[in-house]
Design a protein around this ligand. Structure first.
Ligand SMILES: [Zn+2]
Ligand SMILES: [Zn+2]
Length: 486
């Protein structure tokens, strides 16, 4: 080991590891098979210097897929504000319960951009890209039979950016969106759940980390629980956005907002995720559906995907306008899909008493959102406070005559009706539950309930990946862009 090539890198990581999981122990079998791989980053380190070494199997360098190439190209991020580069990597090898995918398309998402701009710390160098479609090429050794049957070689698949391990305490309860291993290993260390990456640079054999599956590459390794079958009727390119933009919107609407038919909704920030929220809101029968942005072009597009009203927050007061549209009360559900302190505040203030403000936009890690404390605590309405004072007065009068009956009657929820005490709820939402939700999301697209063609506005070639992120950074992408890989 000491004689091997070493280089030190210092990385600031998001969180320390949370715990080990049953997936980790179940994958130990495959780790025996793959035990030749060394040089992985240490586990449980917040900020550390890691030795990087080459995996021993590179000496043979004979691994290839179906007699094809033994290497592939991928889009690599090295340091903030430097262009992404296309590099060559050894063909990645799946381990137990993982699948090697020949990537067909990968969406262009703001989360990658946060990493590229250094706003969200992540292990580097890494391959970015986390919403993919592709074809199943190979299964890792000792993979569960049910996975082999569900995803036979040659099948078309779509991948969710949260790839649940399937065995941690949250996954065991079906809360895949909170998967401990995903956050402890992938988001904190850039690896899969044995603490190792599957990507090694072709020229020097050094490890390269993975943002989710490292989807902006010709091949990627994905834990099988993060995949769903893509029917032949759905195209590879447009369907890539199902795994993050639509996935995130679906999770926010179904699990955080618990949207129901007839709910009034405002979506603030009409990018790829925001416009997907509009489509999901329409699919659930919400009305009115109010789109808020500062770009007339994006608002025009919003109307085509489900917005009944649009508000240009640059030209008018978004909160006032939302109140006006909803008869002065505010919306049942407000969604913040941009990740800015100002829109965070707009979101909390445009929701009605008892409604939900749902936050889904990731921000610069130093960003903080302000909340009007009194608004949150007492819901601000003087009418309600007056009503409460009136109730107390009536109660005091009535108590002298018929205490128990009157007290019970006054406090009945049906009597209190719309004035019953309910608080504004502020809820964060990150992704959705891959095993439960991704097949349902695919169904929404398959039935045309979710219009993929309307959601994808631009397609880039693989060689244009860096330009795609530059365009996203400049705000010139309306809706969602996708990089076509094969
Ligand atoms: Zn994303
Ligand atoms: Zn898990």
């Amino acid at each position: 080991m000491a004689m091997m090539t070493r280089k030190s890198i210092t990385r600031t990581l998001l969180n320390s590891s949370l715990c080990s999981s049953s997936y980790y122990s179940s994958s130990s079998k495959s780790r025996i098979v793959e035990s030749a791989i060394t040089g992985s980053p240490s586990i449980g380190t917040v900020s550390a210097t890691h030795p990087i070494t080459s995996p021993a199997w590179f000496s043979s360098a004979s691994y290839n897929v179906g007699g094809g190439s033994s290497f592939m190209r991928g889009v690599m991020f090295t340091e903030p504000n430097k262009p992404l580069t296309i590099e060559e990597f050894h063909m990645p090898r799946p381990k137990a319960n993982e699948i090697l995918i020949k990537t067909k398309a990968c969406g262009v998402c703001h989360s990658d951009l946060h990493v590229i701009k250094g706003e969200i710390p992540f292990a580097s160098p890494c391959v970015v890209g986390h919403e993919i479609t592709g074809e199943v090429v190979e299964h890792g050794p000792l993979t569960d039979n049910r996975i082999l049957q569900r995803f036979p070689v040659g099948s078309h698949v779509v991948g969710a950016f949260i790839m649940p391990c399937g065995g941690c305490s949250f996954c065991s309860k079906g809360q895949d969106d909170l998967c401990e291993d995903f956050f402890a290993y992938n988001r904190a260390k850039g690896t899969l759940y044995d603490g190792e990456t599957r990507l090694f640079h072709r020229s020097n054999g050094k490890p390269v980390y993975m943002y989710s599956m490292g989807g902006l590459a010709e091949y990627c390794v994905v834990p099988a629980h993060g995949l769903s079958i893509l029917p032949d009727s759905l195209p590879y390119t447009e369907s890539a956005i199902l795994g993050c933009a639509v996935f995130t919107a679906y999770g926010a609407m179904v699990h955080a907002a618990e949207v129901r038919g007839g709910d009034s909704i405002a979506v603030i920030g009409i990018g790829g995720v925001g416009s997907s929220c509009l489509q999901i809101a329409r699919a659930f029968g919400a009305a009115p559906v109010i789109a808020v942005d500062i770009s007339d072009e994006k608002l025009e597009k919003a109307k085509a995907v489900g917005a009944t009203h649009t508000v240009n927050a640059k030209k008018e007061d978004a909160i006032e306008k939302i109140k006006e549209i909803t008869g002065g009360v505010g919306v049942d559900i407000a969604i913040e899909a941009l990740g800015k302190p100002q829109t965070f505040q707009q979101c909390t203030q445009s929701v009605r008493d008892g409604g939900k403000a749902v936050m889904i936009g990731l921000a610069d890690s130093s960003a903080r959102g302000e909340v009007d404390i009194n608004r949150l605590v007492r819901r601000q309405s003087p009418d309600i406070i007056d009503f409460c004072v009136y109730c107390i007065y009536i109660m005091l009068l009535a108590l002298s005559a018929c205490r128990i009956f009157v007290l019970g009657w006054v406090l009945r929820p049906s009597v209190l009706g719309p004035y019953s005490i309910e608080w504004v709820k502020i809820v964060g939402s990150y992704g959705a539950r891959a095993r439960q939700d991704l097949p349902k999301i695919v169904k929404l697209a398959e039935t045309g309930t979710f219009n993929l063609t309307a959601a994808v506005s631009k397609v880039y070639n693989f060689e244009e990946a860096d330009k795609a992120y530059q365009d996203l950074n400049q705000g010139s992408i309306i809706g969602r862009a996708v990089v076509k890989i094969a």
